[in-house]
Design a protein around this ligand. Structure first.
Ligand SMILES: [Zn+2]
Length: 595
C-alpha cells in the first residue's frame, strides 16, 4: 500500500552526491580550492580599478563558487542531520567546515576591496547598467564599510573571536544542552532532556505542567552564577565591538544587515506593547474555559481538550495541498513536487536531529525539507510552514542569482507563515467537531501571542539589558527584575507567575546568541496578517502580487519588495492593522466559547 511507503518517506540526496563516501566530494573540493586560488591570483589588488563589465564578470565567477560550495556544504549538512551519530557524516561535516573556512579566507580580499573603493567610484559602479543585477548586493556590502577595519585588524578580530565570543557562546550551549531534569511523569520519576520537559507544557494534567516548568527553570537557577557571568561577558563583548566599529546603538548592526530603519522597529514594538491587553483578555478567557481561578504561567499552553486529534501523513499531505491549491495552483504544484521528487525526510529516527527545517541551498540546487512526523495536528502545521519556505526558495530560485536568492531576515518567514494561515483556515472551514475547532482557534491565538507579543517582550528585555550592561556588571537579580517587569506588562493581572519564572531570561538562547533576532518573528507574523487581509479584500488579484514578493528573494530592500503588494512598513498604522486581526480572532474565539 502507498501508506506504508509514505510513512517511511526519506529524502533522496543523490541529485547532490551519490553518498558520503563518494570520491566526487574530495575531487570537487580540490577543484574548487584550485579555482579559488587562480581567482585570487587574478583579481587580488585589482577590484578598485575594475570597469563595470569586469566587476560584473568577477561577481558572476564568485557566485559560481558560491553555488558549488553550497552543493558540498548542503550535502554534508543534510546527510549529517538524518544521521548525526555516524562517524562518516560527522567527519565529512568537519572536513567541509575546515575547507570552507580556508576558501572564505582565500576570497575575502574581494569583499574588503569593494568596501575600500572610493565613494565616487563606487557610486559609478553601483549605477552602471552592467551591474544592475548586483546593485542591491553591492549597496548592502558597502553599508558596512564605515564599520570595517583594516585587513590585519579584521584577521585579528576573527582569530581572537574563536577563544572570545564564540567560545562563550559554545560554553552556554554545552552547559545547557547537558541539563537533565527529574520530573514525575504519570507517577514515574523520569530523567528528561530540556526539550522533553518543555513538551510537557501542553500536558492536560496541571500538576504535570507545574512540575515540568519548575524543574526546567530550577535547573537554570542552580547555574545562575555561571549563566549570569556568560551574559555579562557576551554583552560586554558586544559593547566593545560597537565602540571599535563605531555603531550608534546595540541593535544598529542587526538593523543594518536587515536593511530596516530603527524607526520601523520602534513603531512595531510600540504598537505591539500597546496591544498587550489583548493577550490578557485571551488568558482571562482561557482561565474561565479551563475553570481555573488562579491561572498561572504554566497554564498558558494548556490544552482545551483531553483528547488529541491524530492525523496520518497521507491525510496531512492532502490537507496541506488542498489548502495551498485553494490559494494558488502554483503553490500546490510546487509543494507537491517535494513529495514526488522525494525532497522530504519524514520519520523520526534515532540519530536524526529533532524539529523541522527547510534548506534552500542555491537557485539551481534542489530544496529539501526535514520533519519528524508523529501524527499530531501540530505536524500538519509544521508541514505547511516548511513547504511555505520551500515554495519561497523555489520561486526565488527561478528569478534570482545566488547572491540575491536568500530572502532578507524580515521577509524570511513570509511564505511559511502564510502557508500556516492557509492551512488553519482550511481546517476551520472543514472541521465539524466543536472541541477540535475550539483548539484550532486557540492555537491560532496562542501562536500570535507567542510569535508577536512574547518576541517583542524579549526584544524589549534585550534592549534594556544591553543598556544596563553598558553601565557596569549586572547581577542575576537585576536581570531577573527586568524580566519580571516585562512579564508584568504582558500578563497584567491575568497570569500569576511562580517563583522560578524569574530565571526565564537565562533559559532563552536567542537573547544571548542571536542578538536582536526576536523582533523579526513579530515582524514576519504581523506582515503576513496584513498580507492575508489584503488577500481577503482583493481575492485572486492578490495571488500574483504575493508570488512576485516571493520571487524577489533578497534582491531589494524589504520596504521596496513590499511596496509591490501595497504594504508600507514605514506607516505606524500598518502594525495596528495586523493587530486588529488578532483582535478579530479573539472576538471569534469569545463567540465560540459562549454556549
Ligand atoms: Zn520558518
Amino acid at each position: 500500500m502507498a501508506l506504508a511507503s509514505e510513512k517511511s518517506l526519506r529524502w533522496d540526496l543523490s541529485p547532490l552526491y551519490p553518498s558520503v563516501d563518494s570520491p566526487m566530494l574530495a575531487d570537487d573540493m580540490q577543484a574548487i580550492a584550485d579555482d579559488a586560488r587562480t581567482f585570487a591570483e587574478r583579481f587580488r589588488g585589482k577590484v578598485a580599478a575594475m570597469r563595470p563589465a569586469e566587476l560584473s564578470d568577477a561577481l558572476r565567477q564568485l557566485e559560481a563558487f558560491n553555488a558549488r560550495m553550497m552543493k558540498i556544504h548542503g550535502f554534508a549538512m543534510l546527510a549529517f542531520s538524518t544521521d548525526t551519530q555516524n562517524a562518516r557524516t560527522k567527519d565529512l561535516l568537519d572536513k567541509t567546515r575546515i575547507w570552507g573556512t580556508d576558501l572564505h579566507n582565500q576570497l575575502q580580499f574581494f569583499d574588503l576591496e569593494i568596501k575600500a573603493v572610493p565613494e565616487s567610484d563606487f557610486q559609478r559602479l553601483a549605477d552602471a547598467p552592467e551591474l544592475h543585477d548586483y546593485r542591491y548586493f553591492l549597496l548592502q556590502e558597502r553599508k558596512f564599510a564605515p564599520h570595517s577595519l583594516g585587513e590585519s585588524e579584521e584577521r585579528l578580530m576573527a582569530l581572537k573571536s574563536i577563544t572570545g565570543d564564540a567560545a562563550w557562546s559554545q560554553l552556554y550551549e554545552e552547559v545547557t544542552s547537558l541539563i537533565r531534569v527529574k520530573v514525575r511523569v504519570d507517577g514515574e520519576l523520569e530523567e528528561l532532556s530540556l526539550e522533553e520537559a518543555r513538551a510537557l507544557s501542553t500536558h492536560p494534567d496541571r500538576a504535570q505542567r507545574e512540575n515540568a516548568r519548575t524543574a526546567v527553570l530550577s535547573a537554570f537557577a542552580e547555574r545562575s552564577h555561571l549563566l549570569t557571568f556568560i551574559f555579562n561577558t557576551l554583552y560586554q563583548d558586544h559593547a566593545q565591538d560597537l565602540a571599535i566599529r563605531r555603531y550608534p546603538s546595540a541593535i544598529a548592526p542587526t538593523l543594518l544587515g536587515d536593511d530596516l530603519d530603527e524607526a520601523v522597529i520602534d513603531a512595531l514594538m510600540t504598537a505591539v506593547e500597546r496591544a498587550y491587553p489583548l493577550a490578557q483578555r485571551y488568558f482571562t478567557l482561557k482561565a474561565r474555559a479551563l475553570g481555573l481561578s488562579d491561572f498561572a504561567s504554566f497554564d498558558t499552553l494548556a490544552p482545551y481538550a483531553q483528547k488529541e486529534r491524530h492525523v496520518s501523513f497521507a491525510e496531512g499531505r492532502e490537507l496541506v495541498l488542498a489548502a495551498f491549491d485553494g490559494f494558488s495552483p502554483d503553490f500546490a504544484r510546487i509543494a507537491g513536487d517535494f513529495f514526488d521528487q522525494r525532497r522530504i525526510d519524514l520519520p523520526p529516527e534515532s540519530g536524526k536531529r529533532g524539529g523541522a527545517f527547510c534548506a534552500g541551498l542555491s537557485p539551481e540546487l534542489p530544496t529539501y525539507v526535514l520533519l519528524n512526523w508523529t501524527d499530531r495536528l501540530d505536524d500538519v502545521s509544521t508541514l505547511a510552514h516548511e513547504l511555505g519556505h520551500g515554495i519561497h526558495f523555489v520561486l526565488a530560485g527561478q528569478a534570482q542569482t545566488p547572491f540575491n536568492f536568500h530572502p532578507i531576515t524580515p521577509l524570511a518567514e513570509t511564505a511559511s507563515t502564510f502557508g500556516e494561515i492557509l492551512l488553519t483556515n482550511h481546517l476551520l472551514e472543514r472541521e465539524s467537531d466543536a472541541d477540535v475547532r475550539l483548539q484550532l482557534m486557540a492555537n491560532r491565538l496562542e501562536d500570535a501571542i507567542g510569535t508577536i507579543f512574547r518576541q517583542v517582550m524579549y526584544t524589549r528585555w534585550e534592549l534594556n539589558a544591553h543598556a544596563l550592561r553598558a553601565q557596569g556588571i549586572v547581577s542575576d537579580d537585576a536581570f531577573s527584575e527586568l524580566w519580571l517587569d516585562e512579564h508584568r506588562k504582558l500578563y497584567g493581572d491575568a497570569v500569576r507567575m511562580i517563583d522560578v519564572d524569574r530565571w526565564g531570561w537565562s533559559s532563552i538562547p536567542h537573547i544571548l546568541l542571536y542578538r536582536f533576532y526576536c523582533y523579526s518573528y513579530a515582524f514576519g507574523q504581523l506582515l503576513v496578517y496584513a498580507l492575508y487581509q489584503n488577500y481577503r479584500d482583493q481575492g485572486p488579484d492578490f495571488v500574483p502580487k504575493l508570488l512576485d514578493v516571493l520571487r524577489a528573494g533578497g534582491s531589494a530592500a524589504p520596504q521596496d519588495i513590499l511596496a509591490g503588494v501595497g504594504v508600507d512598513i514605514k506607516d505606524p498604522n500598518f502594525w495596528s492593522q495586523g493587530l486588529k486581526l488578532v483582535e478579530d480572532m479573539l472576538v471569534e474565539f469569545e463567540a465560540a466559547l459562549a454556549p
